[in-house]
Design a protein around this ligand. Sequence first.
Ligand code: GDP
Ligand code: MG
Length: 219
Amino acid sequence: MSSGFRSDLKIIVIGTSGTGKTSFVNKWTKNIFSDTYKATIVSEFGFKIFEQDGKLYRIQLWDLAGQDKNAMVTKIFAKDAHGCVVMADATNAQTREDTLRWKGSVDEVATFLDGGKLPCLLVENKADLLEDPSAEKCPELEEFGNGNGFCGSFRTSAKTGLNINESMEYLIKNIIQRMEAMQSKGNEVFNTNRKSVTLDAEKHTEIAAQKRKNKDGCC
Ligand code: GDP
Ligand code: MG
């Protein structure tokens, strides 16, 4: 395996409040889950190292607040993102409809490095609460995702871990594939923005910690 990172990749997680964005990020990055709900105030992020073909990628998974008033936050964070998870709640049909608005706000401001749309993965979480266990596969969801420009769709459970790794792996591979295609045309796309993105992330964690302190018990 080669040493060092090939690239930092920034992925944002957006969607209606309560769908499980924070839980998804915590499950994927730390393998933890909590039943207690605490609304995310602005944003937090988790890191994870991903390996493909002997190359290492540092994935920053940004968990953004889901309140409508924070749609502006989404737009700011989407600008230099490499990809996006748009989350719905499998037990709440309205949240699937909501994903179109969330994806729309990303498409409005962000493009991928190749000038195309940002890879957006549709994730319907809380699949463990569905009565029919076979509902983990959902042709309707797939159709909805394909028909609305998502790069793929999964049903997940941050509680049981169902499809958490699979969905992230799918999205990351999609991102890397598009970057490889650019690289093969002579564009230097890997590790061009690592430093600034990382510094941003560190600064943001500090700010989020401060906010938590100030609003004790609220977030
Ligand atoms: P966010 O507002 O989108 O960040 O949602 P949270 O991650 O804070 O989750 C909201 C609530 O749903 C919390 O009480 C979580 O414990 C719960 N939750 C999140 N994911 C799942 C899941 O996959 N299954 C179940 N049963 N509950 C979940
Ligand atoms: Mg949250």
